[in-house]
Design a binder for this molecule. Structure first.
Ligand code: SF4
Length: 292
């Protein structure tokens, strides 16, 4: 049983709880991670580090001064394994970074912050913890920018940006940090697809796109209330040490990709501890370290 009631929350913790309470217990409470998935950093995480380097160069010099340095950062943070994954390769990452720098050679805004960490009290006394990728000033309006990698990028992606509670939370956080006229979010999206490497298929794909979405005062207020409700429910589960297997009822065990704890849940309850011991390591979730 948890010895203390959790006070620090990030978006990943709340989102995991909403997907499945059992999954929350495995990842956030117990820190279980599948042994086979332990790569130093995901492809998306390494691309993210490379983009940080590009944006720092642009903030300082008004242009990208050393794109190769960003490529080297990507390669240094991502170990490719073409037997397991022949899509997420060094070649693809290099293409994405160099072509991103060409596509966005001229940024239309002033870059105020790159990687802004925050830890801010919520109205219920808990803390909301996270990191905003970028904060920019675009003709006097403040926007938060979040980099995303995805294997499917089309016009419908914009809908997910409009509906994203994660992004509403970032706008809330930016306002709390003093950017009172933060009006919304821009998702800076990069496509992860082997097809971009071939000129024959590249024309059918959209390798890069940006989607903006405003947030109103009342939407932000509503987000804050919903956070409080989710955290109350987490506290109740902690007090009772009860973690229902929501995914089995909602079908979310295989949503997007298979849940990393499916191997445990597929077994009978009396042998699950053996699967946990043989197939999982413990790496405690740290909301201050945005790696997943
Ligand atoms: S496999 Fe399904 S029930 Fe089990 S933790 Fe994952 S989402 Fe929950």
């Amino acid at each position: 049983m948890s010895s203390t009631i959790k006070k620090d929350f990030d978006f990943t913790a709340m989102n995991t709880f909403r997907i499945c309470r059992q999954r929350y217990d495995y990842r956030i409470n117990r820190g279980l991670v599948p042994k086979r998935d332990e790569l130093p950093l995901t492809f998306g995480g390494a691309i993210h580090k490379a983009l940080d380097e590009l944006w720092k160069q642009y903030r300082e010099h008004g242009k990208y001064t050393d794109v190769q340095k960003a490529v080297d950062i990507f390669k240094g943070n991502y170990t490719e394994d073409t037997k397991r994954d022949d899509k997420r390769t060094h070649r693809l990452g290099e293409w994405m970074i160099t072509n991103y720098a060409m596509t966005y050679a001229h940024q239309p805004f002033k870059i105020l912050k790159v990687e802004q960490a925050f830890e801010i009290p919520l109205p219920n006394g808990n803390n909301f913890i996270g990191r905003i990728d970028k904060i920019v000033d675009w003709d006097g309006a403040i926007w938060v920018i979040d980099h995303k990698t995805t294997s499917e990028l089309g016009p419908s992606y914009g809908r997910s940006v409009e509906l994203s509670g994660q992004f509403t939370g970032y706008v809330w956080a930016a306002r709390q940090l003093g950017y009172k006229n933060c009006v919304g979010v821009i998702a800076d999206v990069l496509l992860v697809a082997k097809g971009v490497l071939e000129s024959s298929s590249r024309a059918r794909l959209t390798p890069f796109a940006r989607f903006d979405a405003y947030r109103t005062d009342s939407q932000i207020e509503e987000w804050s209330r919903n956070c409080g409700l989710a955290q109350d429910e987490i506290s109740k589960c902690e007090s009772a040490n009860t973690w229902p297997m929501d995914g089995l009822l909602s079908g979310l065990c295989t949503y997007y990709s298979e849940c990393p704890y499916a191997r445990i849940c597929l077994e009978s309850p009396e042998v699950r501890h053996k699967i946990i011991k043989s197939d999982y390591n413990v790496s405690h979730w740290d909301p201050r370290d945005k790696q997943e």
